[in-house]
Design a protein around this ligand. Structure first.
Ligand SMILES: Cc1cc2nc3c(=O)[nH]c(=O)nc-3n(C[C@H](O)[C@H](O)[C@H](O)COP(=O)(O)OP(=O)(O)OC[C@H]3O[C@@H](n4cnc5c(N)ncnc54)[C@H](O)[C@@H]3O)c2cc1C
Ligand code: SF4
Ligand code: SF4
Ligand code: SF4
Length: 385
């Protein structure tokens, strides 16, 4: 039976709990809301299925991967679709195709009060909720079984999620049902915990004494390359502390510092992400700062899928050496105070950690400001473009 001795060895994908024939595994949250399997030894028969299904290791299934993936810079042909998407509208293109052909799409929307949750969509209206990155770990409860049921019923299914979720689902579904399953993974930096996100929303609502009615984790109104979240209250206001915490890697799941998917043997059929550095492929691509996606075809099925939708996008082939970003090479390095953060959170709560870790130190702000001003000066004297 599965036995997680170190949190870094479990990504919380739920595959083990979903496969257990005795319902002996319950996924239980820790103090930050990250879930881990807990086994009821009275129910367990030691069948070993949970150990076998766990794909959070270097032996995840790569049997269908092309010897080398094929990458394209892509942008939806419809600018309105790009504006509704986090990067260049890659997900909209892929999911539109599946829905138009009678299939089902799984992605991350919200339940309750902005709880990031994997959901099932059969119409474009339902799917639209999945647009936009929610930079927090999503709730997958019951989803793997639902996907398997859809596949058993002969449905075509597109599942989009983080690489660890995609690898977990692939392992859970198994080879025979894989034919009609399109796995779309992301390049992934890491995920903060759901409880912290919940407490952050509470904190903001108390501070502004109004309910939040809309959330945008990375608002394109500030440009695609900026990382600012906005919250719409009864009036409108914005804040940036959560993004700061996100990029400092202080609140990530421990497994994100031990991620097994930071390479080009992707666990998806197609990988989508922001194409940072798209200018290297074509200087015009990032010009309007409204988003450019990278689409990586990882398997023969992914390549055929890409061919079916290529007419919907403006595409430029991308050389592999031009697409590499840090999380394709190594896991995010967790903040040295990651464990202190968790302990403080447990002892003192959200407001305390926000004050202690959630704002950019003065020296960093000064450094950023100096770099920005330095850039302007260098541009003025013609030493920088
Ligand atoms: C936690 C996280 C970390 C990321 N890190 C990077 C990175 O380091 N580098 C990079 O280039 N890109 C990263 N991305 C991907 C990027 O932000 C865009 O989601 C991606 O480029 C797709 O954009 P789009 O325009 O095609 O999709 P959109 O139409 O905006 O769709 C968003 C897609 O992301 C999925 N999604 C949203 N929130 C979550 C979530 N919490 N968990 C799982 N799936 C989710 C949706 O289901 C949908 O498929 C990350 C995304 C997430 C969610
Ligand atoms: S060993 Fe078998 S019965 Fe026991 S928890 Fe794992 S899957 Fe369930
Ligand atoms: S990584 Fe997934 S399958 Fe493995 S122990 Fe964690 S939840 Fe279970
Ligand atoms: S960084 Fe790795 S372990 Fe963390 S959420 Fe992303 S894919 Fe999963």
């Amino acid at each position: 039976m599965i036995n997680i001795l170190d949190k870094k060895d479990c990504c919380g994908c739920t595959a083990c709990a979903s496969i257990c024939p005795r319902s002996a595994i319950e996924m239980k949250p820790d103090v930050l809301g990250f879930i881990y399997p807990e086994i009821d030894k009275n129910k367990c028969t030691d069948c070993g299925l949970c150990d076998k299904v766990c794909a959070f290791n270097d032996n995840y299934d790569k049997s269908l991967n092309l010897s080398e993936p094929i990458a394209y810079a892509v942008r939806h042909k419809d600018m309105a679709e790009i504006m509704k998407s986090q990067s260049g509208g890659a997900f909209a293109v892929l999911s539109d195709y599946v829905l138009e052909n009678g299939g089902v799409v799984y992605g991350v929307g919200y339940n309750g009060h902005f709880v990031a949750t994997h959901k099932r969509a059969v119409t474009k209206e339902q799917r639209d909720e999945f647009r936009g990155s929610k930079y927090v770990q999503s709730d997958l409860t019951g989803i793997f079984k639902q996907v398997k049921d859809d596949l058993k019923n002969g449905q075509t299914v597109l599942f989009s999620g983080t690489p660890c979720q995609t690898a977990g689902l692939n392992s859970f579904v198994g080879k025979t049902l894989r034919k009609k399953l399109y796995l779309v993974d992301l390049i992934c930096h890491g995920v903060p915990g759901p409880f912290m996100w919940r407490d952050y929303l509470n904190y903001l609502e108390n501070k502004y004494k109004r309910k939040i009615i809309k959330v945008n984790f990375r608002d394109k109104a500030f440009g695609w390359k900026s990382h600012k979240e906005t919250f719409l209250f009864a009036g409108s206001t914005s804040s940036t502390s959560f993004t700061y915490i996100f990029y400092e890697h202080i609140a990530f799941r421990m497994s994100c510092g031990n991620c097994h998917f930071t390479n080009l043997k992707r666990p998806g059929d197609i990988t989508i992400c922001d194409y940072w550095g798209c200018e290297r492929t074509d200087p015009k691509l990032g010009e309007d700062n409204q988003g450019c996606s990278l689409m990586i075809c990882d398997t023969a099925k992914g390549l055929t899928f890409f061919e079916s939708v290529r007419d919907r996008m403006n595409i430029v082939p991308a050389r592999l050496e031009n697409i590499i970003q840090p999380n394709m090479e190594h896991p995010s390095v967790l903040h040295p105070k990651r464990l202190d953060f968790e302990n403080d959170y447990e002892k003192h709560g959200f407001k305390y950690v926000l004050k202690k870790y959630g704002t950019e130190p003065l020296w960093k702000r000064a450094y950023r400001f100096a770099r920005k001003c330095g850039g302007k000066v260098l541009r003025m004297v013609g030493l920088k473009k």
